[in-house]
Design a protein around this ligand. Structure first.
Ligand code: SAH
Length: 354
C-alpha cells in the first residue's frame, strides 16, 4: 500500500467514510504525497495535455481577447492580470507576448498567479520571471484593482461532492472501505437545502454534483469585476448544469478508476458553468463552445499565418493542433468558455451577452 493509501485507510477507519470532496482534495493536494505537489502532470510525458500546451494560438487569442476588454474599458492605468492554476506558465507567456502589441497594456499590468503546487510555481517562474509575478494560494489574496483574469482547466480540479436523488432527499456518495479496499458507498437519504432547486429538474436515481470551492471563487472574481471593472475568461470541460457522474481519473492519457493508486492520477469533474454564472455578481456571457469561441477570435487566420512559415512534420502537427482545439469531435464542443464582465460594459470579444 502507498503512504497516501495508508493515510486514507487510517482516516476512514477512525472517522468513517469521507465525502468525494475530501477524497479528491487529499489525493490532489496532500502536501507530501498529493498529485499536484509531487509532479508536473502536463504534456506528452505527463498524464494529460491542455489547450495552451497544444498550440501557442490558444494563449495568444485569449490574451488578445482580454486586451480588447482592457481597451474598451478605458485602459485602466494599473490593473491585476491574473491566472488561476497556470500549470507550466505557457498560457500566460503566450497571452502576454500577444499583449506586447497593445501599447501601454503590459506597463499597466501587475501579474498575479494563483497556484498551490511549489513544483509548478518553479515552472511558472522559469517562463514568466521577466513579468515579476506574485504568487498566491488563494483568489481571496489578490489585490483589489481592475481584474483581467484567465482560468483554463482550473475549476475542474476543485473538489466536488456527489448526491443521488432518492425521493425528495439525497444520498451522498462517499469513499469508505470494503474488504480492506477503498470503495464507493452511499449515505442514508436526507434533505439538502442547497439542492432544493434541483428537485425541479431531476428524477429518482439522478446524480448531481456540487462544488462549493468553485462557486466561492466565482463569487469573489465576480464581485471584483462588478466593483473594480475587468473581465474573466473561464475555459474548461463541462456544461450549463450538472447531471450525472463526471468524477474521473486520468493517468498517462488513459482513464483509470478514481480509487486506484490514490495520488498518482489526475482527478477531475466537469464544471457546472450554470452554478459559476449564478454565483457571479457581475454580467456573464452565454456559455460558448471552445471551438466557436476560438473561431470567432480568428484562429483560422492565425493558423494560416503561422502555417506559412512551416513545412513537413511541423506543418502537419500545426494543422492537427488547430483541429484538436476547435473540432467538435476533439476539444471544440466538450470544452466551453464563460466570460464575466461589468454590467453595462461590452462582453469579451467572441462571447455574447446573456
Ligand atoms: N491552466 C494550465 C494548467 C491546468 S492543470 C493549462 O491550461 O495548461 C491545473 C492547474 O491548477 C495546475 O497548475 C494546478 O497546480 C493548479 N491547481 C489545482 N488545484 C488548485 C487549487 N486549489 N488552488 C490553486 N491552484 C490549483
Amino acid at each position: 500500500m502507498s503512504p497516501l493509501e495508508e493515510i486514507l485507510h487510517r482516516r476512514i477507519a477512525a472517522e468513517g467514510p469521507m465525502t468525494i470532496a475530501e477524497y479528491m482534495a487529499t489525493c490532489l493536494g496532500h502536501p507530501r504525497y498529493g498529485y499536484y505537489p509531487t509532479r508536473d502532470p502536463l504534456g506528452a510525458a505527463g498524464d494529460f495535455t491542455t489547450g495552451p500546451e497544444i498550440s501557442q494560438m490558444f494563449g495568444e487569442l485569449l490574451g488578445l481577447c482580454l486586451a480588447q476588454c482592457w481597451l474598451e474599458q478605458g485602459r485602466p492605468s494599473s490593473f491585476v492580470l491574473a491566472e488561476l492554476g497556470p500549470g507550466r506558465g505557457t498560457l500566460m507567456a503566450d497571452a502576454t507576448r500577444a499583449m506586447r502589441g497593445v501599447p501601454g497594456m503590459l506597463e499597466a499590468a501587475r501579474l498575479h498567479l494563483v497556484e498551490t503546487s511549489p513544483r509548478l510555481r518553479d515552472e511558472q517562474h522559469r517562463r514568466l520571471a521577466p513579468l515579476m509575478p506574485v504568487w498566491h494560494d488563494s483568489v481571496a489574496n489578490l489585490p483589489e484593482a481592475p481584474l483581467y483574469l484567465l482560468a483554463n482547466e482550473f475549476f475542474d480540479a476543485l473538489p466536488i461532492r456527489q448526491f443521488l436523488r432518492s425521493g425528495e432527499g439525497w444520498c451522498e456518495r462517499v469513499v469508505g472501505l470494503a474488504e480492506g479496499r477503498l470503495a464507493f458507498g452511499l449515505t442514508e437519504p436526507a434533505p439538502h437545502g442547497e439542492l432544493e432547486h434541483r428537485l425541479a429538474d431531476t428524477r429518482e436515481g439522478d446524480l448531481v454534483e456540487t462544488c462549493a470551492p468553485a462557486t466561492g471563487i466565482a463569487e469573489d472574481i465576480g464581485r471584483r469585476i462588478a466593483s473594480q471593472g475587468g473581465a474573466a475568461l473561464i475555459v474548461d470541460y463541462g456544461s450549463a448544469r450538472s447531471l450525472g457522474d463526471t468524477f474521473q481519473a486520468v493517468r498517462r492519457h488513459d482513464k483509470v478508476s478514481p480509487l486506484d493508486a490514490p495520488g498518482t492520477a489526475d482527478l477531475t469533474a466537469h464544471v457546472d458553468f450554470g452554478a459559476l454564472a449564478t454565483a457571479m455578481p457581475c454580467a456573464t456571457t452565454t456559455l460558448t463552445p471552445q471551438g466557436v469561441f476560438l473561431e470567432r477570435l480568428g484562429i483560422t487566420d492565425r493558423a494560416r499565418a503561422l502555417a506559412a512559415r512551416l513545412s513537413g512534420a511541423q506543418l502537419d502537427s500545426h494543422v492537427a493542433a488547430h483541429r484538436r482545439l476547435t473540432h467538435p469531435e476533439e476539444m471544440g464542443s466538450l470544452f466551453k468558455t464563460l466570460g464575466a464582465f461589468p454590467e453595462g460594459a461590452a462582453p469579451p470579444p467572441g462571447l455574447l451577452d446573456t
